[in-house]
Design a protein around this ligand. Structure first.
Ligand code: ADP
Ligand code: MG
Length: 248
């Protein structure tokens, strides 16, 4: 589903060239849950942004679902992001002046989905991540874990083929972090392909594969026998399942 060849993202400043991502050959299949690990500065975020069409490679090829990202123009990139990708960030990136429903509706606004359907779908997604009682709350009124769940709802509203997360548990305590990982595992069981950057071994071990980076290169690629989480409440598991089958 995701294939890169000699993927490269170098940053040049004067005489200095930082090889943030350096000649990576990566293959990720549909339905995989991959954790990308590595020390600070090893290129994890840069790789995620290039895979997510938020940044351009300076060399090499990258294709997702048969579409060549390195050959797209800016407009094609942003259409692709809106239609095919969901993003989750460390600091949630919710808009503070909008309540949760409006935050979750945003990607559908860009996709020009009619208002009524937007509202219904945003509410369905919030219910699916256990925030059925929080539609009109503002981000500042919620805990970090609730904000991240709302951000996941927002990432999923346009039924993306791929979910990308950059340190999604970085601002959360470990118990709340594991709840978020539990949601990722449940989504993955529904067939969602997930790439998650983390420097937390305890979170990464719940993925199916760990790619370890160092200095822009892959140091190690290992399959994990992941422990299954029991943290996820049954009703969340069930509603995620329903949402997925409704979305097709
Ligand atoms: N916009 C940028 N301009 C210049 N250098 C950058 C930029 N973004 C990242 N880098 C450099 O690329 C390297 C990898 O950064 P990053 O991908 O953020 O690492 P990680 O997410 O693993 O901590 C670092 O040396 C960083 O300083
Ligand atoms: Mg980073």
């Amino acid at each position: 589903m995701i294939k890169t060849e000699q993927l490269q993202r170098h940053f040049k400043a004067g005489d200095v060239c930082v090889k943030a991502v350096d000649s990576l050959d990566i293959n990720i299949g549909k339905g995989e849950f991959v954790a990308v690990m590595g020390p600070s500065g090893s290129g994890k975020s840069t790789l995620l942004y290039v895979l997510g069409a938020m940044d351009r490679p300076t060399g090499g090829q990258i294709s997702i679902n048969g579409r060549r990202l390195d050959q797209m123009d800016d407009q094609q990139c942003s259409d692709f992001r809106n239609r095919e990708l969901g993003f989750v960030f460390q600091s949630f990136h919710l808009l503070p002046r909008m309540n949760l429903v409006r935050n979750v509706e945003l990607p559908m606004l860009y996709a020009q989905i009619p208002a009524e359907r937007r509202r219904a779908r945003a509410e369905m997604m919030l219910r699916a991540v256990g925030l059925g009682e929080r539609f009109v709350h503002f981000p500042a009124e919620l805990s970090g874990g609730q904000c991240q769940r709302a951000a996941i709802a927002r990432a999923l509203v346009n039924s993306p083929a791929l979910l990308l997360a950059d340190e999604p548990t970085g601002n959360l305590d470990s118990r709340t972090g594991l709840e978020i990982i539990g949601i990722f595992q449940a989504l993955n069981r529904q067939g969602m392909t997930i790439i998650m950057v983390t420097h937390d071994e305890n979170m990464a071990r719940h993925a199916g594969r760990i790619i370890r980076m160092r200095d822009g290169q892959i140091e190690k690629n290992e399959t994990v026998s992941r422990p299954l989480m029991s943290a996820l409440p049954e009703e969340i598991e069930k509603s995620l399942q329903e949402v997925f089958h409704a979305a097709g």
